[in-house]
Design a protein around this ligand. Structure first.
Ligand code: NAD
Ligand code: IPM
Ligand code: MN
Length: 357
């Protein structure tokens, strides 16, 4: 097949990990006879430096013209002034919203090799295979925001959390459809004891499942309890569906089941097949430029890209197998390796390529 993939490496370790993802795409192309072409755009801090905006028009056009987008990460101390009018993160939120990517899939899988290295007890995390479906284009991230002086020495900041019925319906449907291909269980996470948006979320989720997915086993949990259950009984979860900010926080937490933020990939999908694929981690300013970032979250995001946007299931599985074989072989960056034994980003990337066959 022929496909165009837009690359948005971004800031910090973004370019380092995207480079390894591109090597894997090239290798898949060669080995399976596909022709992938690449177009590159600026996003985040590097786009602010070049054009004064975190999401230049040219970047949006590159993404719209592509079959899929592979993104690294945005942000960093250089652009962190809380008073700045333009911020790298606006680029990320902007591209998600512009492309209508309302469902963010964040799978967490713990292999035996990872279980033995997890900061949590191996017997707790072994067999974890869960998928968080995070709503990505609504909620408190996108509601009205203000910060004004209400008295000379008193400021007031407001972030508004908004959800509509249809925004909840479509992401719950997506979660249920995915659950049908897995173990048929959906956990909807909210804060319905306090938030109006959560009460709407819970009502809509219950109705969608009752009317359209009677085969799905639905449970509701409050987000604070979910944060605890994720550590106490993580293997019980199949699909978790939740609003934008809860999903953001719970998935950084869930990354510790696998042992590192550097392992978790994501797929952001909308109505069509085109999607955006990115590791869930950020630009990691503390290790940027050192060549030690874990590239596996990005390489696993490439697997999701092959599966969801290009329909190449065999190739996606081959990439995932190569990643897990690399982990099993103990070829790990410093975030997972014993102290002083971490391998470089490039070494780990090369080990995956070798195992790709
Ligand atoms: P972060 O995810 O960048 O880093 C948190 C910790 O995890 C750091 O210690 C980092 O070294 C480590 N880490 C992250 N990815 C790693 C990898 N691949 N390999 C090894 N270690 C890894 O989060 P932060 O420090 O809170 O944020 C830094 C910047 O990144 C901020 O500007 C933030 O807004 C941005 N950010 C961007 C994205 C994104 O682009 N999708 C996501 C999260 C944070
Ligand atoms: C993520 C990040 C982003 C988010 C930030 C950088 C805007 O944390 O992709 O998880 O909160 O969505
Ligand atoms: Mn996050």
């Amino acid at each position: 097949m022929q496909a165009t993939i837009a690359l948005l490496p971004g800031d910090g370790i973004g370019p380092e990990v995207v480079a390894e993802g591109v090597e894997v795409l090239k290798a898949v192309g060669e080995r399976y006879g596909h022709s992938f072409s690449f177009s590159e755009g600026l996003i985040g801090g590097c786009a602010i430096d070049a054009h004064g905006t975190a999401l230049p028009e040219a970047t949006i056009e590159i993404c719209r013209a592509a079959d899929a987008v592979l993104l690294g990460a945005v942000g960093g101390p250089k652009w962190d002034d809380p008073k700045a009018k333009v911020r790298p993160e606006q680029g990320l939120l902007g591209i998600r919203k512009t492309l209508g990517l309302y469902a963010n899939l964040r799978p967490v899988t713990v292999t035996p090799a990872l279980a033995s290295r997890s900061p949590l007890r191996p017997d707790l995390v072994e067999g974890v295979d869960l998928l968080v479906v995070r709503e990505l284009t609504g909620g408190i991230y996108f509601g009205d925001k203000t910060c004004v002086y209400i008295r000379p020495d008193e400021e007031q900041a407001v972030d508004t959390c908004v959800y509509t019925t249809s925004e909840i319906e479509r992401v719950v449907r997506r979660a249920c459809e995915l659950a049908r291909t897995r173990r048929g269980k959906v956990t909807s996470v909210d804060k319905a004891n306090v938030l109006e948006t959560s009460r709407l979320w819970r009502r809509v989720a219950s109705r969608v499942v009752a009317e359209e997915f009677p085969d799905i086993q639905l449970e509701h949990i409050l987000v604070d309890a979910c944060a605890m259950h994720l550590l106490r009984r993580p293997a019980d979860f199949d699909v978790i569906v939740t609003e934008n900010m809860f999903g953001d926080i719970l998935t950084d937490e869930a990354s510790m089941l696998a042992g590192s933020l550097g392992l978790l990939p994501s797929a952001s999908l909308g109505a069509g097949k085109a999607g955006l694929y990115e590791p869930i981690h950020g630009s990691a300013p503390d290790i940027a430029g050192k060549g030690v970032a874990n590239p596996l979250a990005t390489i696993l995001s490439v697997a999701l890209l092959l599966r969801y946007s290009l329909g190449l299931d065999t190739e996606a599985e081959a990439v995932e197998k190569a990643v897990y074989a690399t982990i099993d072989a103990g070829i790990l960056t410093g975030d997972l390796a014993p102290a002083g034994q971490g391998r470089s980003t490039k070494e780990v990337g090369a080990a995956v390529l070798e195992r790709l066959g």
